[in-house]
Structures are given as structure tokens and as C-alpha cells.
Design a protein around this ligand. Structure first.
Ligand SMILES: Cc1ncc(COP(=O)(O)O)c(C=O)c1O
Length: 405
């Protein structure tokens, strides 16, 4: 029994299956990503304001909306309830009425992927598997490695060769088996997919595993609870595969359905200029055509996104839009987010903020940018955003020379 789950619905053909279907739709194959369905009336009886007020401030506070057994044993690491900060100087710079940053870098392995991985390890243990695998541009991998370590599961991680060293180091320190694939994210993903089929490993890839997005959804549930009546007009999220923005939207919609908020924001989906297939599909009102993946924002350097249907539907349902931002704009957003907002985001995290600056949001409107990962995740990216430090001999005269009084 998985809490109030009633079934799994295919996003392509609409067929609903029981929870015994392990990954994607049996008729539509990999395109047929499944969406978890719930009995919301039942959830509404348990998930009340009073109940929430008494619960710990982590993402398991929404457990009725997470597809795990009611008595599942949970990983020990603290996930979620990341802070939402108001950043007035940043709002002024961006030319919007109010601007908030949700700092997802505060999760245990420093990105919002911990929301999904925490659910992934619970599901792997439910099915009795001892090895869990994923392909990742970096963050899902380091997050999975951390969570697998915390509960004693084996993790096998496939990363593209350009994954930054800090992220790969994070995998290795948690004891994961790391396979660096000579190629981009698309071929890395394919190899992981095939290896899971052949070896029977539990597959944590969000685009095929319907339960993982439900973990990402808790970011949207939190935004609703944290913002309440002051829900911003726009919520900006960077887009790679598209799972994150789809998850955030599902969480927001559920919180309206359950009566916690009465107004939904519009979604702003942000991609990098060098990897913008979802933006092009959105603008062209057409299906996705895979394209190049060439941006220094490695986490969203995805040329063949797997969850574009859910992402496009979420953006359309919200009445939102998409923008592409250049690497230079992302670097500027990294500086501004840190200097005017106090939040140091990695390039993909700062991309959401760059999108807010680029989208032409009206002066009278407000926005929240989800800063999906911490800047120390990719120090090379951050170093491009700043100049070198001042170097001095250890005496005051030398200091006065480089930093005049
Ligand atoms: C920091 C960060 N931001 C944004 C994304 C994009 O998420 P998605 O691929 O689900 O669209 C990722 C994905 O790896 C990420 O690591």
C-alpha cells in the first residue's frame, strides 16, 4: 500500500495502470512517462493545516503526497524546507516588484535533487533491490550517492565526461561506483538505461521512474506553504530534462487542490542558449526535436530531454512562458544572486534568476527563482564569474597600494 496512490497514468496515451508497472507505459515505451495519481479526498482528511503545524520541517511533512508505504523507514538525512529569502536589491536590479530566492543548495548534498533521491532509496528498499543506479549531469548522482550511503545501498552512477570534478569527487567520497562515460549526457543516459535493464538495478532516472518526480514535487508543496497568500506571480525554474519544473508545478497544483493556496503562479522555464530544445518546442508549439547541448551550466546541458512533455504541459497549464539565457547572462546572475541576494548558486541554479532578468516581467509583478544547486558544486563555473583576488605582501603599505584608503 503506497499511501493514497490510486494508480499510474501514461502522459502519452492516458492509460492508467496499477503500481506494479515498474517504470514507463508498457504500450508507449520510454516516451510513455507515468504520472502518479492520488485519492485527494482521502489526503485532504489527513493533511490539514493543524496536522502540518505539528510536523517536522522537512519534506516528509507532506508524506501523504509522497508515494511510499505509510510505515516506510526513511533515510536519516534532513531534506527540504529550504529557506525562501526576499531580495529587495535584486528585485530592484531585475525591475520587478518583489523577488524571492529559494535556496535549494541547503539540502544535504547541496542541490534540490536530494528531494528525489530520498524517495528513490525508499523505493529501492521497498522493492528489495540492493543496487540503485542513475545517469546524471552530476547533482542527481552525488545526491543518490549520499542517500544510498546513508541507508547502506550500493550506488552505480553514470556521468558524462564533462561532469565537473567537485561533483565527481562528491560521488567518490560517498563510496559510489562511478562510471565516467566518454560522451555527452544523452549517451550516458542510454548506457545507464540499458545497464539497469540487463542487470536488474533499481533505476533512479527521473524521466523513467514515476516516483522520483514526486520527490521533486515537494519543492512546489513548500513554495505554496512558505508563500501562502503572498504567492509570487512567477516561479522561475531552470530546465534540463524537464522533471524539476513539472514536479514543482504538480506540488503547487496539489496545494491549491487541498486548499492551502487559492492562487497559482505562472511558471517561467529557463534553458541555456546552448541547450534549448524545450524552449524551441515551446515557441514552435511542436514536439521536441533533440538539439545541441553546449553550455557551461552543466546541469542543464541536455540536448535530448526525457521529460519535455510534462514540462511543456506544466508551463502551458500555468499560463507561463520559457526563455533561453546566454552563458554570459548566467555568469552575471551568479554574481548578482550572491552579491545582492546572499545566495551563491551553481550555473544551473543561477539560470533561473537570469531568466527572471531576461523575461521582461512587468514592474508590478513579483517572482521567485528556485536556485537549484549550491555554487561550490562547480567552482570552475564560479571562477569564471569573478576576477582574481588582490594579492599583497603582509604589510599595511602594500595593502594601501592595492586598496587605497
Ligand atoms: C542544479 C540543477 N538545476 C536544474 C536542473 C534541471 O532539472 P531537470 O533536468 O529535471 O529539468 C538540474 C538537473 O540536473 C540541476 O542539477
Amino acid at each position: 500500500m503506497l499511501n493514497a496512490v490510486t494508480g499510474l497514468r501514461c502522459v502519452v496515451c492516458g492509460t492508467t495502470y496499477g503500481v506494479d508497472v515498474p517504470y514507463t507505459c508498457p504500450s508507449c515505451g520510454l516516451e510513455g512517462i507515468l504520472d502518479v495519481q492520488y485519492d485527494y479526498e482521502r489526503i485532504a482528511r489527513a493533511l490539514t493545516r493543524d496536522a502540518l503545524a505539528r510536523r517536522p520541517r522537512d519534506h516528509w511533512r507532506y508524506r501523504e503526497l509522497i508515494p511510499i508505504a505509510p510505515d516506510a523507514s526513511l533515510p536519516p538525512l534532513q531534506v527540504g524546507w529550504t529557506p525562501v529569502y526576499e531580495a529587495p536589491r535584486l528585485a530592484q536590479k531585475a525591475g520587478v516588484r518583489r523577488l524571492h530566492l529559494k535556496d535549494e543548495g541547503r539540502n544535504p548534498t547541496a542541490s534540490f535533487k536530494d528531494r528525489a533521491s530520498s524517495v528513490g532509496v525508499v523505493k529501492a528498499r521497498e522493492t528489495g533491490q540492493e543496487t540503485i543506479a542513475c545517469a546524471s549531469t552530476g547533482n542527481a548522482a552525488s545526491s543518490l550517492a549520499g542517500f544510498a550511503a546513508s541507508v547502506g545501498l550500493k550506488a552505480v552512477i553514470f556521468v558524462p565526461e564533462r561532469a565537473p570534478d567537485p561533483k565527481v569527487t562528491q560521488l567518490l567520497i560517498f563510496g559510489a561506483t562511478v562510471i565516467k562515460v566518454k560522451g555527452d549526457y544523452a549517451v550516458t543516459w542510454e548506457l545507464c538505461q540499458r545497464a539497469c535493464e540487463r542487470r536488474g538495478w533499481y533505476n533512479r532516472n527521473c524521466a523513467v521512474n514515476p516516483y522520483l518526480v514526486e520527490g521533486k514535487k515537494t519543492c512546489g508543496l513548500e513554495i505554496a506553504e512558505q508563500c501562502g497568500d503572498a504567492m509570487p506571480d512567477w516561479v522561475a525554474v531552470s530546465v534540463g530534462d524537464g522533471c524539476t519544473i513539472a514536479g514543482v508545478w504538480k506540488g503547487l497544483v496539489e496545494m491549491r487542490r487541498l486548499g492551502f493556496i487559492d492562487r497559482l503562479p505562472r511558471l517561467l522555464g529557463v534553458q541555456a542558449e546552448g541547450a534549448r530544445p524545450v524552449v524551441d518546442a515551446f515557441r514552435g508549439k511542436r514536439d521536441l526535436v533533440p538539439g545541441p547541448a553546449n553550455t557551461f551550466a552543466d546541469s542543464i546541458s541536455v540536448g535530448h530531454p526525457r521529460n519535455w512533455r510534462k514540462a511543456l504541459k506544466a508551463i502551458a497549464d500555468s499560463g507561463g512562458t520559457m526563455v533561453a539565457v546566454s552563458d554570459a547572462e548566467i555568469l552575471e546572475a551568479m554574481r548578482l544572486g550572491a552579491r545582492l541576494g546572499g545566495v551563491f548558486g551553481e550555473p544551473a541554479g543561477a539560470a533561473a534568476l537570469a531568466g527572471v532578468m531576461r523575461a521582461g516581467i512587468a514592474k508590478s509583478e513579483s517572482a521567485l527563482a528556485v536556485v537549484t544547486g549550491n555554487g561550490l558544486k562547480d567552482i570552475r563555473g564560479a571562477m569564471e564569474a569573478v576576477g582574481p583576488p588582490l594579492v599583497v605582501e603582509p604589510d599595511l603599505a602594500a595593502l594601501d597600494k592595492v586598496l587605497p584608503l
